[in-house]
Design a protein around this ligand. Structure first.
Ligand code: SF4
Length: 605
């Protein structure tokens, strides 16, 4: 009836041990598409602004889109929407892999998890059979051990398992949910699961996702497979680590907590090419994706020899040059441990680098670190602090709450060194080297995020269509990129293969119509815009306004000291001009509130 949609979600009440299948209102499909859009709409209806993130009133909305599990390129995405303990606000995290497709194969568009289990529990959904199972025996296990134990216990080797590790159980605000080999990384979603005594959700379904017009869809994809292979060749070979050298050469690669962009010897030892030549075990792919950008690597020498982890650009940076570390053995070990303990490798690596700067500046000393010399480049100290964060042990306890909260607890000017927006730590891009990224960080619905906020890298740096140092025009530009991301995150596909399906900033909707059997012609961009505005209304209600749409003082006062972007800084005046233009383009008032007129135009409740 709804093409590739299932038309229903499964509500799972952990307090009562009950479940209920509910219809997804049909009009939501054309208005919000799925995934991030559905999650925002459920959150808007069900989570009051005063709900505390780790209370039983918070919920997890795990949503797929119409493309998730469908026979298209990269149909692997699903989202988890919840209130984040890291930011204390609305949050959406997404992951590729197999978990989202399995929700569809089990017959649902999404799962809504509410309440709190009395004791450690995991949910098993095999086909349409749901069980609440005792997780006492697996509480305390790492994520890889948990996934193995659950597959063995239910006797399904192919089951997908999304779980938390010890960090989520200990309610670390930077805990992730590890879904097989991928992560719903950011925002401390793992702590929300931990607060519900929910160790894992395992799903296995076998009901194929049928599309509305399979023959025409097959023909369209056959025509585009060549374009897909051409445009994603570098991803297949080097994955996102291909960008390390590119961003470094452009002077946009932040080093040692955004204090510089140059280093003696450069980044030659950690490029995508070196990763492939010396550390790669195999390429991995998500469900239905011919790109296979996953890069499973192995530590080749040192104390962690043999430990494996999938690498990407961001986490090579967070545990690498951000911490003054240029050895892929250490970086792979850090990522592997972080995944296994259930920590967000971006926030965790970022927070360690932040702590290193505090130490170097004398804001903290060996009394605070328990005798560890925590300076940049100390690989042993990096791993040591990671393990302490994972266990919330000693000095790790405070860093387990992320950089912003750690800074607050230290006082002593520590906040100056925490690069975050709304509590979410920066990603691997220095916004002073391309100003649109600064505006994207400042206005993203979830804090300093380069994805939800808008991946401006391509259009400002790699294939520039706009001057990276321009201020005028950035408001309209960032809004447009965010709206594209709004519909892509709602449709259920990965961003890498989307261009080969013409899902761009001037989308051809044919493929969506063939998959769903509905008419989305001319609607995708406005859906993206609607989703972004719905998120902003939620954030407005939770107290977010213009004063929160800003950047750290360092980024607005200290120019980049070296490299191709030397001397550039986003001053408060530049920020004001970009924000004013952005708010006007969005139809928000000068304080960053969505206006009645905009709500009416976008038909938002
Ligand atoms: S491009 Fe990479 S991340 Fe995206 S679906 Fe394919 S394998 Fe997964």
């Amino acid at each position: 009836m709804f093409g590739a949609y299932r038309g229903r979600v499964l509500r799972i009440d952990l307090s009562k041990g009950k479940t209920k299948a509910e219809k997804v209102p049909a009009e939501w499909m054309l208005k919000y598409l799925g995934g991030r859009g559905f999650g925002a709409r459920y959150y808007y209806d069900e989570i009051s602004p005063i709900v505390s993130p780790l209370s039983s009133e918070n919920k997890l909305f795990i949503m797929t889109g119409p493309f998730t599990g469908a026979p298209v390129f990269g149909p692997s995405k699903s989202t988890i929407t919840t209130k984040s303990p890291l930011t204390n606000h609305y949050f959406v995290a997404n992951a590729s892999g197999y978990f989202g497709p399995n929700i569809k194969f089990a017959g649902y568009d999404g799962l809504i998890i509410e309440g709190k289990a009395e004791k450690p529990t995991y949910i098993s959904l095999v086909e349409d059979n749901l069980e609440f199972r005792d997780a006492s025996q697996i509480w305390g296990l790492k994520t890889s051990e948990t996934q193995r134990a659950i597959r063995e216990e239910i006797g399904e080797r192919r089951a997908s398992v999304a779980c938390i590790g010890p960090s989520g159980e200990k309610l670390a605000y930077i805990a992730c949910v590890q879904a097989d080999a991928r992560s719903y990384g950011r925002g401390g979603i793992g702590a929300v699961m931990g607060s519900k005594n929910l160790k894992a959700i395992t799903i296995l379904g076998s009901s194929k996702v049928e599309v509305a017009k399979p023959d025409e869809l097959r023909k369209l994809l056959r025509e585009e497979i060549k374009a897909l292979r051409q445009t994603t060749r570098d991803h297949t070979r080097h994955g996102t680590p291909q960008y390390t050298e590119v961003l470094y050469e452009l002077g946009a690669y932040p080093i040692e907590n955004f204090t510089r962009t140059r280093v003696e010897g450069g980044v030659e030892g950690i490029t995508g090419q070196i990763m492939r030549e010396k550390f790669l075990v195999k390429d991995t792919a998500c469900y239905g994706c011919p790109v296979a950008c996953g890069k499973l690597c192995e530590v080749r020498e040192g104390p962690w020899r043999g430990l494996r982890a999938e690498l990407d650009y961001e986490i090579i940076w967070s545990f690498g040059p951000h911490c003054g570390v240029y050895d892929l053995n250490t970086i792979i070990a850090a990522v592997g441990l972080s995944d296994d303990f259930g920590l967000d490798a971006m926030s965790c690596g970022y927070t360690i680098g932040f702590a290193m700067e505090l130490y170097e500046r004398g804001v903290i000393n060996e009394k605070d670190t328990g005798g560890i010399k925590l300076g940049f480049g100390n690989s042993d100290a990096e791993i040591d602090l990671l393990l302490k964060i994972a266990a919330r042990q000693g000095m790790g306890n405070v860093y387990a709450e992320g950089a912003a909260k750690a800074a607050e607890s230290f006082g002593r000017n520590a906040s100056y060194y925490a690069m975050h927006v709304k509590g979410l730590e920066f990603a691997a891009y220095d916004p002073r080297a391309f100003y649109g990224m600064g505006l994207a960080y400042a206005t993203s619905s979830r804090g300093a995020c380069h994805n939800v906020g808008g991946w401006t890298i391509r259009d400002e740096l790699i294939r520039p269509v706009i001057d990276r140092y321009a201020v005028e025009g950035k408001g309209r530009f960032v809004k447009s990129i965010q709206d594209v991301r709004g519909y892509i995150d709602s449709i259920g596909i990965c961003t890498v293969p989307r261009r080969a399906m013409h899902l761009t900033d001037s989308p051809k909707e044919d493929i969506v119509n063939l998959v769903t059997g509905m008419d989305f012609t001319g609607k995708l961009l406005s859906i993206g815009e609607r989703v972004y505005n719905l998120e902003r209304i939620i954030l407005n209600k939770e107290g977010i306004s213009r004063r929160d749409d800003t950047l750290p003082t360092r980024i607005m006062t200290e120019p980049i000291p070296d490299g191709p972007a030397k001397g550039h800084v986003i001053t408060p005046t530049m920020m004001k001009l970009m924000l004013d233009e952005y708010y006007t383009a969005r139809g928000w008032d000068s304080n960053g509130f969505v206006t009645e007129e905009t709500l009416k135009r976008l038909d938002i409740p």
